[in-house]
Design a protein around this ligand. Structure first.
Ligand code: COA
Length: 383
């Protein structure tokens, strides 16, 4: 039985800042941010947006009227809104999902959604009449005037996994590794992450190299087997650095072609910033929409979550994948955003809805929003 991604939805907040403006405000060379880091714009979530509302926005795009066959709901996030209750539970009524389902959250930095995808694969293998909804949703925050600030962002990618892989067939070929590493963490008291940025880059690259060795050995694979290698992209330079480790180790023409293909996978991420666990999957979406990839071609996906877990797995592009992607809507989502000033971004950054406060629905631009915090409980609404 074929199993894989049937549909993909994407959401990012309406507001963004321009990275050149950010560089100027931080007395940095704009080229450092646009070339050295490789970003153009950064999404800025509104006060009433969080991992739950963005997950709902992305998922709503791919759910049909009949939702009774959804048997698994997983939210991969490291921007959780509650230490106990899973984000996935808030989605049950927001998205009108059936109670005959397992719904929970997975946390492992930027790896969470990949854990969800792999779990969904096994679930569908055991329950072919069901579908699984896997959503990556995060707000990447390092703080104003920190080295990581340029690598912030926000958004969600939702994937419907089923035995009708109209977009991507998962091949059940995968290698993975986990080690206790102090490259990035966010203690429960903090809204912003702490990172040893350069150390994190180093571990990410080492994981890619180790996993690529393992993958080649396990499956007798070569780089020529793949049309593209897709990477977890916290910022677009990051995947390029991992890719560079292949130079001289694979044929020059293959390396040049993989580098070209990589450019197509980073187009959307450049416009949005870091999605944490959604970054790999936004890269996939960008690649499928912008590249010349054809049905039947193989992709290799590198997932990395600080802390750290890495996984390298392959997938095959489905026959009618183009017809099953909401390409125009996704491009419009990116085009119809609004630039805000650095001063406004800083104000939004420091604001949050407090216990006892309500949100005026007239201010809300999307469909789903945090409407109130009452007795310290977050209450969500749909417009
Ligand atoms: N023109 C072009 N490139 C320039 C430049 C200029 N004027 N000035 C600097 N650069 C380049 C540097 O050479 C460097 O390139 P390299 O990484 O290829 O060596 C890059 O810009 C970044 O410069 P650097 O001095 O290393 O930046 P930094 O000390 O501000 O830190 C990060 C950059 C990425 C480490 C920092 O933003 C960070 O910690 N981010 C969060 C880490 C993260 O995302 N972790 C998760 C990984 S999975």
């Amino acid at each position: 039985m074929d199993i894989g991604i049937e549909k993909i939805g994407f959401y990012t907040p309406k507001n963004y800042i321009d990275i050149v403006e950010l560089a100027k405000a931080r007395n940095q060379e704009p080229d450092k941010f646009t070339i050295g880091i490789g970003q153009s714009k950064q999404a800025v979530p509104a006060e009433y947006e969080d991992a739950v509302t963005m997950a709902a926005e992305a998922a709503e795009q791919i759910l049909s009227d009949n939702r009774t066959d959804i048997g698994l709901v997983i939210v991969g996030t490291e921007s959780s809104v509650d230490e106990s209750k899973a984000s996935a539970l808030f989605l049950m009524d927001l998205l009108n999902l059936p109670e005959d389902a397992r719904a929970f959250e997975i946390k492992e930095a930027c790896y969470g959604a990949t854990a969800g995808v792999q779990m969904a694969y096994n679930f569908i293998a055991n329950n072919p009449d069901k579908k699984a909804l896997v959503i990556a949703s995060d707000i990447a925050r390092y703080g104003i005037n920190t080295p990581g600030e340029v690598t912030q962002g926000a958004g969600a990618v939702a994937m419907l996994i089923s035995n009708q892989p109209e977009i991507l067939k998962l091949e059940n070929k995968s290698v993975y590794m986990s080690c206790n590493v102090g490259d990035f963490w966010r203690p429960t008291f903090s809204k912003t992450a702490f990172a040893r940025g350069k150390f994190s880059n180093q571990i990410y690259i080492e994981f890619f190299q180790t996993l690529w060795e393992k993958y080649q050995a396990k499956y007798q694979a070569t780089a020529e087997d793949f049309k593209a290698m897709l990477f977890h992209i916290p910022y677009t330079k990051m995947g390029a650095k991992a890719m560079r480790t292949l130079e001289g180790n694979i044929p020059d023409a293959t390396y040049a072609e993989l580098k070209n293909q990589y450019q197509e996978s980073i187009k959307f991420g450049r416009e949005v910033g870091n999605l944490y666990t959604g970054s790999l999957y936004l890269g996939l979406l960008s690649y499928l929409i912008n590249s010349d990839v054809k049905a039947g071609e193989e992709l290799l996906l590198f997932s990395y979550g600080s802390g750290a877990v890495g996984e390298l797995y392959s997938a095959k592009v489905a026959k009618n994948f183009k017809d099953n992607l909401n390409s125009e809507e996704i491009k419009q989502t990116l085009e119809q955003r609004q630039q805000i000033s650095i001063a406004d971004y800083e104000k939004i950054f420091s604001k949050s809805i407090k216990n006892g406060e309500k949100v005026d629905p007239a201010e809300v631009t999307g469909k789903f929003y945090l409407s109130e915090i009452k007795e310290n409980e977050r209450l969500y609404s749909k417009k």
